[in-house]
Design a binder for this molecule. Structure first.
Ligand code: SF4
Length: 210
């Protein structure tokens, strides 16, 4: 085995250790991306390649360093988990940092954005509702420049209802073993589908479903 292969295998092995098996639970983060993809991940497992593994490990490392520091500074706690009941559906919520009046999410990215990504807003919005906190902070940390940008976010009840609708759609899809429709608007789909590891299966299922 060459040294490149040795390193790649180790990175992938470590990244897999960081991954929690979520095949039998619905998490907020399953609902803030393409729920059709979330369905495939639950059915077939998370497809790990070297790029994804490195990205995940780097993110995990930054979180391990930064989250306790932020939590201590704001008198908060890290990785507090709560199960939110929505009818028969249980939704797992684990914000990065929870304080008495705030939820803080830390995101690593290539370049800090001008405004927060809509999926991150939806994620923190769900946490604000589930933990009943009035204010959210989304902190972006650039992987390449250590540029840091913070955005405040305040709750949006309508957006939370939209997230719950997706939870219902995903739940029903898992129960019936039928992939749900993609929830991503056509204008944004290119971004999501471009690097989706389930693209081939998704196209095949679409062909069979319609
Ligand atoms: S290819 Fe696109 S629509 Fe299909 S599962 Fe992947 S992200 Fe969703």
């Amino acid at each position: 085995m060459g040294i490149s292969e040795l390193i790649e295998n180790r990175i992938i092995e470590l990244a897999k250790k960081y991954q929690e098996d979520r095949s039998n639970t619905i998490h907020v983060t399953d609902l803030t991306t393409c729920i059709r993809k979330s369905y495939y991940i639950k059915k077939y497992g998370f497809p790990m390649d070297k790029k994804m593994a490195f990205w995940m490990l780097f993110g995990a490392l930054v979180h391990e360093i930064v989250n306790p520091t932020i939590a201590e500074a704001f008198n908060g706690q890290t990785e507090v988990r709560k199960t939110y009941k929505f009818g028969d559906i249980e939704i797992e919520a684990t914000p990065d940092i929870l304080t008495d009046n705030m939820v803080i999410e830390v995101k690593t990215c290539a370049r800090v954005p001008e405004r927060p990504y809509s999926s991150h807003q939806e994620q923190i919005n769900a946490y604000l509702h589930i933990f009943d906190r009035p204010k959210g902070l989304i902190v972006y940390i650039s992987r390449t420049e250590l540029d840091i940008r913070t955005f405040e976010y305040y709750g949006d009840a309508q957006l939370f209802n939209y997230t719950l609708d997706k939870a219902l759609a995903l739940y029903k899809a898992l129960e019936s073993n039928t992939p749900p429709d993609c929830n991503i608007p056509l204008s944004e789909r290119k971004f999501y589908c471009r690097n989706c590891q389930f693209r081939h299966l998704c196209e095949l299922d679409s062909y069979l479903q319609y």
